[in-house]
Design a protein around this ligand. Structure first.
Ligand SMILES: NC(=O)c1ccc[n+]([C@@H]2O[C@H](COP(=O)([O-])OP(=O)(O)OC[C@H]3O[C@@H](n4cnc5c(N)ncnc54)[C@H](OP(=O)(O)O)[C@@H]3O)[C@@H](O)[C@H]2O)c1
Length: 335
């Protein structure tokens, strides 16, 4: 197969296309002929050497793919050769073939092409488990999503709105803020020109929001705590701002009964990921089929231009997802 290797930790130029032996599906696995692979910020962290590969996972970057079933491992039921699917993987997505545990595979929605389907797993699994499982967001509640224009943010806005929540977001430019509002956010706040905590206070009549999904960390922490309502939940999923530690007034936690939590998706067990997949299939896949929820695709690149895809991701110019196109037109060199 063809794949992208991280030759040494470093800049985008360390991503090199190489040939490797085809992988074989183990018991319970599906071998996928990959048509498209989503790009995610954790791929950039892995490339820089700051996100170690979990034990047993492929060292090839790429956490999500879409394509067709090429072969089935022992004991896999419910899939046939040639079925269209997408999958969350712990690595190995930037390749023409990829192995995924069967519980982490979902049908590629018929409403989407492979590019759209490849843009689903990483952000939809992450948003589901953090916003609805850990964050317990309910219809009628309010949420603040930082990084509203990111792959995660564009997914979170749509899923929360579709389930009846009131959504606020932050983003780094007025243009990105308008994109968040077009996806259903009631108001997006340009964090470069406005203090989000002040705006949230104004927009909620001083009450605060029920849930905050944060990917910035550091100096956002105190303002996040100040922006939570009584019984509010703060869910940490990233540290784009660089700060790994923060100080908290525990009195706030006691008085307002706050919950502070967080998670990472990649090291979780196949069983846990399978439970998230089942919830997505039941609750969210119908909304995608109805066209009420869509992945936001900013740009595609052919596999051999993975370095250009990473450069774009690091520039943060994008709104939504950057996807590597691997099969079909990419093989013919027309992407
Ligand atoms: N815990 C998990 O399980 C999990 C899973 C997947 C992703 N993540 C994390 O979620 C985050 C988003 O991932 P993604 O793939 O959706 O990324 P992405 O599309 O590349 O977006 C990252 C966004 O972060 C914003 N940003 C960057 N630096 C910032 C700063 N200092 N302050 C505020 N905003 C900043 C950028 O928007 P602006 O232009 O608005 O600054 C950019 O749109 C990353 O931190 C990633 O590591 C966590």
């Amino acid at each position: 197969m063809l794949c992208i290797e991280i030759t040494v930790p470093g800049g985008p130029e360390v991503l090199q296309e190489v040939e490797r032996e085809d992988p074989a599906p183990g018991p319970g696995d599906v071998l996928i002929r990959v048509e498209a692979a989503g790009g995610n910020r954790p791929d950039v962290l892995q490339r820089r050497g700051r996100y170690p590969v979990p034990p047993g996972a492929s060292d090839i970057p790429g956490l999500e793919v879409a394509g067709t079933v090429a072969a089935l491992g022992e004991g896999v039921e419910g899939w046939r050769i040639g079925d269209r699917l997408c999958a969350l993987v712990a690595g190995g997505g930037y390749a023409t073939l990829c192995v995924a545990p069967a519980p982490q595979c979902l049908p590629a929605p018929s409403a989407l092409d492979f590019i759209g389907a490849a843009a689903l797993p990483e952000t939809f699994f992450t948003v589901w488990t953090n916003v609805f499982d850990r964050g317990r967001l309910q219809a009628g509640e309010s949420a603040l999503f930082h990084g509203g224009s990111s792959g995660i943010g564009t997914t979170a806005i749509q899923l929360a709105v579709s389930r009846g929540a009131r959504v606020l977001a932050t983003a780094g430019s007025d243009e990105k803020c308008r994109a968040c509002e077009a996806l259903g956010a009631e108001r997006a706040i340009n964090y470069r020109t406005d203090d989000f905590a002040e705006v949230v206070k104004d927009l909620t009549g001083g009450r605060g929001v029920d849930l905050i999904l944060d990917m910035v960390g550091g100096d956002y922490f105190a303002r996040n705590i100040a922006s939570l309502a009584t019984d509010g939940r703060l869910v940490e999923i990233g540290m784009m701002g660089g700060g790994m530690s923060a100080t908290i007034d525990l009195g706030d936690v006691l008085r307002r009964r706050l919950t502070i939590t967080g998670s990472t998706l990649r090291p979780r067990t196949v069983g846990e990921k399978g439970r998230i997949a089942a919830a997505l299939r039941r609750e969210i896949w119908p909304l995608i089929e109805e066209g009420r929820v869509k992945p936001v695709i900013y740009r595609t690149f052919p596999l051999h231009e993975a370095a250009a895809a990473h450069r774009m991701m690091e520039s943060s110019e994008h709104v939504g997802k950057i996807v590597l196109v691997i099969g079909g037109s990419a093989r013919r060199g027309t992407v």
